[in-house]
Ligand binder design. Structure first.
Ligand SMILES: Nc1nc2c(ncn2[C@@H]2O[C@H](COP(=O)(O)OP(=O)(O)OP(=O)(O)O)[C@@H](O)[C@H]2O)c(=O)[nH]1
Ligand SMILES: [Mg+2]
Length: 384
């Protein structure tokens, strides 16, 4: 079976209803600027590279017009969007993974996040020299990949040393498993040594599963954001298309945005920002685009629960069954699951109320194994 990490990486998300995305990139690529744009925060932006690891953390609500529509109909006491946690990791220098490997707090953030958002600098600014002395998004993507690969190599080497010692100790019961793991790690290491990230290596489903605990960075889903200057807006699509051509890989998506402009817009009122975007021909706000790509990268969809108390968006992995989705709402509901009443939100919004939807036969009764679709409204019937 081909390499596919989706399942393992998003299981944490399924439990927490909150996707976690770490923002990394070379110094002064605009990470904090983009973090502010995505979270409407006002973290400090400095016209020089920060020194020492610093982090900004913020939870952003996932914008979803379907949820807003449903809320208008039900007028609930509470409307709860899905959430995404962004972590902006500053102060990385070239070679950050080379000296001791990515370690401590930084490795914690990166390895526990569901996806990595890599900011790549394309904007020109003579007053703010790039650490390499020139602007080259391709080179920077490759540099960062090498850092991720290097970090994975360090983890593998440590583990191989441990396996070696335990084999010498010769506990026979564990020998077979240790030998198998050793063989797999050596194979992954050999490819990493050649500069091949794990996302491009061919591993069986079982092998992916057995290495999922290591949270290898070069296997994580990654959204690459090309940070362009305002003057490059007209050329953004071409630049993006060229990079997509060069980096079509599993687990990677590439978008571009003007970080500085998006940060300014994120501080405006919604209407004002929309008008501004219209004027300069931008179709969608950066935080909408990033969320949409993150969902698709991680294979996630949303479903809704509705009522006069609360209208809520839930994040689940594609191909989740009704009984598992119910378990996300409450474990009791999963345990005592009888049926789900399901309707697509578009159909519901057209009808305007549940009785009307029922009258038109649009409310379906589904069993445990029904696969929840993006935008479904589900009401779970259960008995415990
Ligand atoms: N012209 C231009 N400047 C930008 C853009 N995005 C960021 N900058 C500038 O680049 C500098 C660094 O931006 P930050 O967002 O702090 O960059 P960073 O990647 O967080 O930097 P470190 O945390 O120090 O690694 C600031 O002076 C920003 O104003 C952009 O899209 N266009
Ligand atoms: Mg920063």
């Amino acid at each position: 079976m081909q390499f596919n990490l989706h399942y393992h990486i998003v299981c944490k998300t399924i439990e927490s209803n909150k996707m976690e995305i770490s923002i990394i990139g070379l110094p002064t690529s605009g990470k904090t600027t983009i973090f502010n744009a995505l979270t409407r925060c006002t973290a400090d932006i400095k016209p020089y590279a920060s020194s020492g690891i610093s982090t900004n953390l913020s939870v952003a609500k996932v914008p979803d017009s379907r949820l807003q529509e449903l809320s208008k109909i039900f007028r609930p006491k509470k409307t709860t969007p899905a959430e995404v946690k962004y972590v902006d990791i500053g102060g990385l220098t070239k070679g950050f993974g080379k000296e001791q490997g990515i370690s401590g707090q930084l490795l914690n953030y990166l390895s526990t996040s569901d996806a990595i958002l890599q900011v790549v600098r394309a904007f020109e600014d003579a007053n703010l020299p790039h650490i390499e002395g020139s602007i080259s998004p391709r080179r920077d993507i490759e540099t960062l990949d090498m850092e991720l690969i290097f970090s994975d190599l360090i983890i593998i080497e440590k583990r191989l040393n441990r396996i070696e010692s335990s084999l010498k100790m010769g506990k026979s019961g564990e020998r077979d498993a240790a030998l198998k793991e050793q063989e797999l790690l050596l194979r992954i290491k050999e490819a990493l040594d050649k500069g091949i990230p794990i996302r491009l290596q061919t591993l069986s489903a079982e092998e992916v599963h057995s290495t999922s605990n290591y949270q290898f960075l070069s296997a994580k889903p990654m959204l690459i954001v090309i940070n362009i200057g305002e003057k490059q807006l007209s050329d953004a699509e071409n630049m993006q298309a060229d990079l997509i051509k060069a980096y079509t890989q599993p687990q990677i998506e590439i978008i571009s945005m003007c970080g500085e402009l998006e940060m300014e817009l994120s501080q405006l009122g919604e209407k004002e920002a929309d008008e501004f975007r219209n004027d300069i021909g931008l179709k969608e706000a950066a935080f909408d685009v990033v969320i949409r790509h993150s969902y698709s990268l991680l294979g996630l969809i949303s479903f809704f629960t509705v009522g006069t108390d609360e209208v809520k968006a839930w994040t689940i992995q594609k191909n989740t069954s009704a009984v598992k989705a119910a378990g996300k709402v409450h474990t009791d509901i999963e345990r005592g699951f009888i049926r789900a009443e399901v309707i697509n939100n578009n159909d519901f919004i057209k009808c305007g109320s549940m009785p009307e939807a029922r009258k038109h036969g649009l409310l379906r009764l589904e069993g445990k194994s029904y696969i929840i679709q993006d935008g479904d409204i589900a009401h779970f019937l259960f008995n415990v």
